[in-house]
Write a protein that binds this ligand. Structure first.
Ligand SMILES: Nc1ncnc2c1ncn2[C@@H]1O[C@H](COP(=O)(O)OP(=O)(O)OP(=O)(O)O)[C@@H](O)[C@H]1O
Ligand SMILES: [Zn+2]
Length: 454
């Protein structure tokens, strides 16, 4: 497997630290409103990465966090006149539903910041003790001058950083590039007791603490959108390396390119967006997923009605071929070699999809059932890795009436994962959500089933 490492700016052979266990951390959403289809890009792309790694390696631990402490969340709660927890649980739930509809498999762990306050406080205390952070006016700041390699990931020099829009200038900072690890909370803001008074963590330290808690001091792959490269990931590296006595934080950094709408970055902050749920009103989740995989993940991608229509017609072609193969038995269960080569080449999904198109052509020309059986197996195996083509062709053409069933299946699977991670709060939330939609879950000896009531 070759991965383009944003840290070294080149493609490198991927070698996990432990040859039998790959660890992956992806920065998840800040849950204060519905996720837009740009936010879905890292979720879908790195879902394919996880699927591929699970085929190539014995064990994979894939972590995607939920940022449930943030000033944007506080503002959203104040604006709606509700408790903060109501906002975070509402939008976390919505996010999980959206991902399920896009065929994104549940992560192995979905840690929330609120569940890691002790880890965060310990990380900050260690950084102060090590001389990498200092307290000033109730804040704790990371001292960027204590880490000579600061700026390596983003390739920025210090002047550019300070000019950077997201660096906050404050009188108590020793250096304008120093960033907040902990800040004081007013009485009406959420806060936790700490050695520095009642307050809350800064965004960057949250990910460093959760990654260490779930995956250890050095992880194999850290991923997220390219908009996170600076300052978020730069700061994560500085904190984690200094916290862990110089140990490498993440060995490979992967960044997806941005999804644009009308030539501009799709973003919540600017309102230039299409929410995932609105897309799902327009097309089946699989069509949206196909669009997100149709470009190489590092390239920018324009979200247009045209690409959606193209994706739908390509999917129709694949399902038409599968419909034609309905009567033959799959005799192969491996994706084609060319397809695997494409994915193992820095997750080249456009090339992988071109291989799928080849298979579809071959299916339409195949003369014997033996040939057709092999092609069918290959097509389905390729599809499984991409999270595509798994619907019943007849249902696909009947208008996706059963999109809802697929979504419920995915939610039930997420509940199972939550339960096996002992995350009963999430498991219960999903059960309640399904109950509200008239779906009951039944745990039986041969697994979990669901049915509609009434
Ligand atoms: N337009 C986009 N294209 C691709 N990925 C994006 C885009 N916008 C955000 N992301 C990614 O989505 C994930 C979740 O991001 P998060 O919820 O923090 O977004 P945000 O910064 O609040 O949203 P926004 O950037 O829309 O204001 C991150 O990995 C981020 O890099
Ligand atoms: Zn992060």
């Amino acid at each position: 497997m070759q991965i383009y490492n944003s840290l070294t700016r080149q493609k490198e052979p991927f070698q996990p630290l432990n040859p039998e266990h790959v660890t992956i951390y992806v920065c998840g959403p800040t849950v204060y409103s519905y996720a837009h289809i740009g936010n879905a890009r890292p979720a879908v792309v790195f879902d394919v990465l996880a699927r591929l790694m699970r085929v190539l390696y014995k064990r994979v631990t894939f972590v995607r966090n939920i940022t449930d402490i943030d000033d944007k969340i506080n503002a959203a709660a104040a604006a709606a006149g509700v408790e903060i927890g109501e906002i975070t649980s509402r939008y976390e739930q919505a996010y999980m539903e959206d991902l399920a509809a896009l065929g994104v498999a549940p992560a192995d762990r979905t840690p929330r910041v609120t569940e890691h306050m002790e880890d965060i406080i310990r990380a900050i205390s260690d950084l102060i003790r090590g001389g990498h952070a200092y307290e000033a006016e109730g804040h704790v700041l990371f001292d960027v001058n204590s880490y000579p390699e600061y700026g390596r990931l983003s390739g920025r020099d210090r002047r550019e950083m300070i000019a950077g829009a997201r660096v906050e200038v404050a009188p108590y900072k020793r250096d304008a590039a120093d960033f907040v690890l902990w800040k004081p909370s007013a009485d009406d803001q959420p806060g936790w007791d700490s050695p520095w008074g009642r307050g809350r963590p800064g965004w960057h330290i949250e990910c460093s603490a959760m990654a260490a808690a779930h995956l250890g001091e050095t992880i194999d792959i850290h991923a997220g959108g390219s908009d996170l490269q600076f300052p978020h990931h730069e700061n994560e590296i500085a904190q984690s390396v200094c916290w862990h006595g110089g140990k490498e934080y993440a060995r490979y950094w992967m960044h997806n390119g941005l999804l644009n709408l009308d030539g501009q970055k799709m973003a919540k902050s600017t309102g230039n967006l299409v929410n995932i749920r609105d897309v799902l009103e327009q097309v089946p989740g699989e069509v949206a997923r196909y669009v997100l995989l149709s470009a190489h993940y590092r390239q920018p991608l324009d979200w247009t009605d045209e690409v959606l229509a193209q994706a739908r017609s390509t999917l129709d072609r694949v399902y038409r071929a599968l419909e034609g193969l309905a009567e033959v038995e799959s005799t192969d269960s491996e994706p084609s070699v060319e397809f695997m080569d494409a994915l193992e080449d820095d997750l080249n999904t456009p090339r992988a999809l071109a291989e799928v198109a080849e298979l579809v052509r071959a299916a339409n020309k195949a003369e014997s059932d033996r040939e057709r059986g092999a092609i069918k197996g290959q097509l389905l195996a390729c599809g499984e890795l991409l999270g595509l083509f798994q619907a019943d062709p007849a249902e696909w053409f009947s208008g996706g009436a059963d999109d809802e069933s697929a979504e419920i299946d995915a939610l039930v699977a997420q509940r199972q994962t939550a339960r096996s991670n002992k995350d009963f709060a999430t498991a219960d939330r999903i059960r309640d959500e399904l109950a509200a939609r008239g779906i009951v879950i039944e745990d039986s000896a041969d697994g979990v089933r669901w049915r509609r009531t009434g």
